[in-house]
Design a binder for this molecule. Structure first.
Ligand code: ATP
Ligand code: MG
Length: 395
């Protein structure tokens, strides 16, 4: 048994010893049968949150209205959720109302796809009421029950389907696919934050190109903030984007999608300001890279990681191999990596020159940095002082 399941097993057994049922459910069971790394374990139980809180000494109410309690156990922290059926999902992250039930079957029935609706018991017995294993073997995404009904209940499931295409490199079963095409406009009722969370997972998947094509072909892309369009899916064909991370892929898409106002587009996705700033910086750097190669001063002032990200995006755009070894080599050879490596401070400059502080301090520092990076000056106090008192003062 997988190590992460082993760690959670005592929690399942403890719950069972109090006369309740407990199972591993959802993504962890799917990923186990797919031999993928398991990120987090979800445990579903017949006990109510109150009953769970009586069993364990330490628990945290992380989503008690929706039946989820975090159990803090000596082997780890585990989310334990009461079997439930869901009411409407209006536009929040979670359904408006849930009803706790005592039957595993009811809980599995409310789940989105067959591959996500399996349960494993503490003795590792599989409950697979909707042929999830068959669909995993055939690499097919199929709703539990009527796709039209299930997408009508929660339109986000359509976006989840294409997110799983990207993440797992699966196909969408025919009826499920047609139902997405028929119901795509319902996605406009879903909160942007829920969509953004799925799109983020979509954009780091191994089959991002196919998934984006599905988003366009089913019409789903029309009901999200602007980002995905037919031009992008056309241009991505033949490009080697797989080595790019989320931010780099976003910038690639923004560039090939020719978005006129980046900030406007990114704020519509309600990304954090920090993330928007980073994406705009990498975008700007790619624009620079299209004019010239990166210099040591770029790495010094803007940071190795950002320059590398832009170099990767540039390589993909210009159909070159994605390789940043030359940036790493350049970085290693730099005598100073950032300001804190400088052998002097602004106060030294004032003392050495006898001048009053002012904008010249920054200008002088910048010039010294450039000279050190180009190895025309050593990063040593005596050398720098000599240069300041002769070259700078005589200017
Ligand atoms: P990942 O590995 O990316 O986290 P996951 O399958 O665990 O994938 P989650 O969003 O963490 O996805 O959801 C956990 C489980 O909850 C799913 O496997 C599914 O059974 C159920 N689920 C999540 N969202 C929905 C939804 N909108 N409708 C129905 N069931 C859902
Ligand atoms: Mg999960």
């Amino acid at each position: 048994m997988n190590e992460i399941f082993q760690q959670a097993l005592p929690v399942l057994k403890e719950i069972e010893s109090h006369g309740f049922e407990a199972y591993f459910v959802g993504g962890c069971v799917r990923d186990y049968y797919l031999n993928r790394d398991i990120n987090d374990i979800d445990i579903a139980v017949s006990a109510t949150p109150e009953e769970i809180k009586k069993i364990f000494k330490q628990t945290i109410d992380v989503g008690i209205d929706h039946g989820t309690v975090l159990v803090i156990h000596e082997t780890g922290h585990f989310e334990v959720t009461t079997f439930r059926t869901d009411g409407e999902y209006s536009d929040s992250r979670r359904p408006d109302q849930v009803s706790f039930v005592r039957s595993l079957k009811e809980d599995l029935k409310r789940r989105d796809f067959t591959m996500n609706a399996m349960a494993l018991s503490s003795s590792f017995e599989l409950t697979d009421l909707f042929n999830g294993r068959r669909d995993i073997k055939n690499r097919e995404i199929r709703t539990v029950g009527s796709p039209l009904e299930r997408f009508n209940e929660d339109a986000l499931r359509m976006l989840r389907a294409i997110r799983f295409v990207s993440q797992l490199d699966f196909n969408i079963e025919k009826d499920t696919y047609h139902a997405i095409s028929a119901s795509s406009s319902a996605l406009s009722n879903v909160a942007v934050e829920r969509k953004a969370a799925e799109v983020e997972k979509l954009l780091i998947g191994q089959a991002m190109d196919r998934s984006l094509a599905y988003a366009v072909d089913t019409g789903l892309s029309n009901f999200m903030p602007p980002l995905i369009n037919a031009e992008i899916t056309r241009q991505l064909k033949g490009k080697k984007w797989i080595a790019l991370n989320f931010h780099e892929r976003m910038v690639l898409i923004l560039i090939i999608g020719h978005f006129s106002s980046l900030r406007e587009c990114l704020s519509k996705w309600r990304f954090s300001n920090k993330r928007i700033k980073l994406l705009m910086l990498i975008h700007e750097l790619v624009m620079i890279r299209q004019q010239r190669e990166f210099l040591k001063t770029d790495i010094y002032y803007i940071g190795k990681e950002n320059v590398e990200a832009a170099e990767k995006v540039y390589a993909v755009l210009s159909n070159q191999p994605v390789n940043t070894d030359h940036i790493s080599a350049c970085y290693s050879s730099m005598k100073i990596k950032n300001k804190s490596d400088l052998a002097f401070k602004g106060t030294h400059l004032i003392k050495w020159t006898g001048l009053k502080g002012g904008p010249w301090v920054k200008a002088c520092t910048n010039q010294i940095e450039t000279l050190i990076l180009s190895e025309e000056l050593e990063n040593e106090v005596s050398e720098i002082k000599k240069w300041v008192q002769t070259k700078w003062l005589q200017k």
